[in-house]
Design a protein around this ligand. Structure first.
Ligand SMILES: [Zn+2]
Length: 330
């Protein structure tokens, strides 16, 4: 099955575009993060992803909802979605044609999440996978431990008489942090974008502690969740001119990094992506012997897979490289 890196994943034999970077007549979209969603004419997506895409501006797209494992015939192939565990509604896509199963991971993680479905990895012959954290040094700590640390940090900051502001992405990370603050004894305020997506999560059955959407100019008597870009806004300037605020950056990139690198007082390594060991485990779970890598450390990770006896290469290389010998270490 031919698979091409054409600013998105393109399967030309079936005229399938998976997460295309430009607007297409028909697109299959894994999740609603900005680098995966554009304003396509027709979109195949899970109901949660469709709701979030619509809320984020794809108001003219015609959405076709796919339930988990539902098979859709498409140009001599069958396409089905499996939970990816990245954010709510995020999907891996399985394309079956002539007895060959190609699995596109989208963004994914294996670790349990409070706000996303548990991943299910189907068996496949060929995998196209994201390798954002494809170096051995990216081994993430247990998410529940990190969330407990975030809650404890908020309590400490409040006890110092300051506002804890947690910088986290408005889709995914924000909801994971919000869910992780359940049981804490302080009020929670969300930026409007975080609030909008959290409402969609709640309408799909995710449980959160009580929160208020912060209105510009209002005081904050608790913890604030917002994006780091808020530091450039007028309301942030006004807030920090009258109240002391301490900031925390929440991202996988915070692993082993000093908070000052992000201009923050604290940093927590909570990621929506698979760490290195889980990238390897993903390939093992799929059973695939051929792997294309995309994003992040795709060269390095493909080399590691070849050392394990698989055919692997970055998708942009357009040619799979064999392992150095007939190895099979899985
Ligand atoms: Zn993503």
């Amino acid at each position: 099955m031919q698979v091409l890196d054409k600013k998105g994943i393109h399967l030309p034999e079936h005229d399938l575009w998976l997460d295309p970077h430009h607007a297409r007549p028909v697109a299959w979209v894994s999740h609603a993060h900005a680098d995966h969603m554009k304003k396509h004419s027709r979109v195949f997506a899970t109901p949660a992803t469709a709701a979030m895409m619509h809320a984020r501006g794809a108001v003219k797209s015609k959405f076709h909802h796919l339930e988990w494992r539902e098979e859709v015939p498409w140009n001599r192939a069958r396409v089905s979605f499996y939970p990816a565990g990245h954010v709510l509604g995020s999907a891996q896509m399985l394309v079956e044609s002539n007895g060959v199963r190609l699995l596109y991971s989208g963004d994914f993680k294996l670790r349990d999440s409070l706000s996303a479905e548990k991943i299910e990895v189907p068996s496949a012959d060929i995998v196209v996978m994201e390798t954002t954290f494809g170096l051995p040094r990216y081994r993430f700590p247990d998410s529940n431990t990190v969330l407990a640390q975030i809650g404890a940090w908020c309590r400490e900051v409040l006890d110092r008489g300051a506002i804890p502001a947690i910088f986290c992405y408005s889709l995914g990370k924000g909801q994971e942090v919000l869910a992780g603050l359940a049981g804490c004894d302080f009020p929670i305020f969300l930026h409007a974008k975080h609030g909008q997506i959290s409402q969609i999560y709640a309408s799909h059955g995710i449980e959160f502690p009580d929160f208020e959407v912060h209105q510009s100019g209002d005081d904050i008597d608790g913890v604030l969740l917002c994006a780091s870009q808020c530091k450039r806004s007028k309301w942030w300037h006004e807030l920090t001119s009258r109240r002391r605020v301490e900031t925390a950056y929440v991202s996988g990139w915070a692993l082993g990094a000093h908070p000052a690198r992000f201009g923050c007082d604290a940093a927590f390594a909570l990621s929506d992506h698979a760490g290195y060991e889980d990238l390897i485990e993903y390939v093992r779970l799929s059973g695939a012997r051929k792997v294309w890598t995309t994003h992040g450390f795709c060269e390095e990770f493909a080399a590691d897979l070849r050392a394990l006896g698989l055919e692997a290469a970055p998708l942009r290389a357009a040619k799979l490289a064999p392992p150095p010998a007939q190895l099979c270490l899985f």
